[in-house]
Write a protein that binds this ligand. Sequence first.
Ligand code: MN
Length: 719
Amino acid sequence: MRKDKPNLTFEELQEKLNYISDVEELELIKKAYDFAYTKHFGEKRLTGEDYIIHPLNVAYILTEIYSDSSTICASLLHDVVKKDESLYKEIKENFGDEILSLVEGINKINKLNLVGNTEAVISNHRKILVGLCEDVRVIFIKLADRLHNMRTLWVLPEVKQKEKAKETLDILTPIASRLGIGSIKSELEDLSLRYYKPDIYFEIVENLNQSKSERDNLVVEMKTKVSEILNKNNIKHEIKGRAKSIYSIYKKLDKGKKFSDIYDLLALRVFVSTKQECYQVLGLIHSKYKPIPKRFKDYVAMPKTNMYQSLHTTVFGIDGHLFEVQIRTYEMDRVAELGIASHWSYKEKGSNVKANIQNKVEQKLQFFRTIMDLKNETNDEESIKNISEEVLKESIYVFTPKGDVIELPIGSTPIDFAYRVHSGVGDKMVGAIVNNSIVPLDYELKDNDIIKINTNKNSNGPSREWINMAKTSGAKNKIRNFFNKIDKEEYIKKGEELLKEELRKRKMSINDFFEQSDKLLLDLKYVDLNELYTSIGNNKITVTQIFNIINNENKTKEELILNKATNNTVIVPNAKNDIIVKGIDDIKVNIASCCKPVPNDRIVGYITKGNGITVHRSICPNISELEERIIDVNWNSEISKKYPTTILIHASENKNILLDIVSKTTSSDITVQSINTIASSENNLYEITVLVSNKERLIKFINEINSINNIDDVERLIK
Ligand code: MN
């Protein structure tokens, strides 16, 4: 069935706009149509239709998710600037900044080259697409634009069809799904499958056709039975037989199920007015038809992250046939079809309410972005931290000469770009050309810059100054790595020379030294002689200190061990599976750095703007005023990781106290991560960050420290 409307008229669109009552808004839509009509006049689509049919269809699709008048205007105008960018000015003058920015937004993302082959690239593209849209309405237009193009995809050659279909499945349907726009999502999926894997698609269609009359009869019969039960109990309702989407059947076949096993081919949907009635209906159906326990899902009490709500159950229905039954209110159904777009409906219009809705949508979008970030599976915690910082800062989007998009934080330079493309490109870079002009390497890149990096394979590598010119941690690290490799070799050489010189002075033979070196390495916790040479070479340890150790001067040794033990930076583990957030499975969880909770501490979650949930100790004063953002969280019962926490130690004297404290950790399963000494004339304060498995262990440790002489007080620190 062709869903596109090749003969759509503006009058038909106007009829669909009956949810908009404001006369001025309706007039502006007419004006946008006239503008687009004139600008596209004479232009044809590949299908042979007048071009205006495309923007009209896009606008028509948007009325089905009740888009507001600005979105409708922008959708009518969206393609006029394709050939003539000077029209942006006219759009601004005639339709204002809001509509202009929507038109700009959709054209910006339509220019992107979003094909990718690995999951990492694809999910990055999804992220970029979402990141580029400051306004969620741009995504609505993009989805509608693509839907109409998919409906007329038959016009393109097969290779192009497959490409578009794959891009739609990879990038756009997941976005539609996250935004909860069920109506657009499932049509896009079915259309994509039809072109991407036509064999399977038509096999499913044929199978469905063969069994159609039998299934139809069963559904009608079951509908009547259920309706009788509900009528007897005075529950006002509607029941619809439900066609499973072809794509959802394909997914199940793809998982290895046989066609005959896909039981939810028989499906009913029951609509009622209230939430209570949903559960009532569920109870009544279960009392008559035996349910399959594992197939019951309560998305009413626990909505999906895209706001979807419904009760799902599978029961043995008439003649023992399995029926998948969904029970929901009309309002839940509206959200299931419209998702995030349901907030834009005109039902609740009114100035204050509208601002409120806008805010809600933005929060959801933030939430959605966070989830997208999570999908970027990186396991290295440090880089997760850096990446999320970079994502949260504002980004720019620049292009390779081939049109591939690269996302970089604001302030990035050609150095960041080169290392993002490939470290080989960075290391061999000799110059950069931005938009056809040569630029210095500290040039600050701007949105939409096209960058070409000149390389020379005989280049000796980056310059040390580049570390300061680069903005991203990725580029800085890669440059540092380059030098670390070179430096290490030099340090080893230098260290070995210094040691040999000292041996000559002390008239000690090299062999004598080697005889003692095993014990020395053990004392210093070095792996091999190279590590020792490196430490000498870069002045971490002096040759005099080494001979002091060999001559058994213990104090020096302890100092060195202490230095080594406390030289680490604090690494906070990824708390993802250790914290249970009530009702939500897939959300980013961070441990608060102010109060640093450890397992078994009493905790609460704080919903941040766009960065998931931060877990604080429940006594943390930093969260007390923000009650509406608080959410229940719990520690998982089995946690294998250790968490950092900071304690503050007050001592009356500073004699060797640090060593005493550190010695309390070596015997136990506590690791010192950093020590900060804050000494003043009357106080000796130590701020110590330790890694500990749980609260009980921490209390024991605090008691142990308390028992050390000259310790006045020990407390956990909250910043
Ligand atoms: Mn278009």
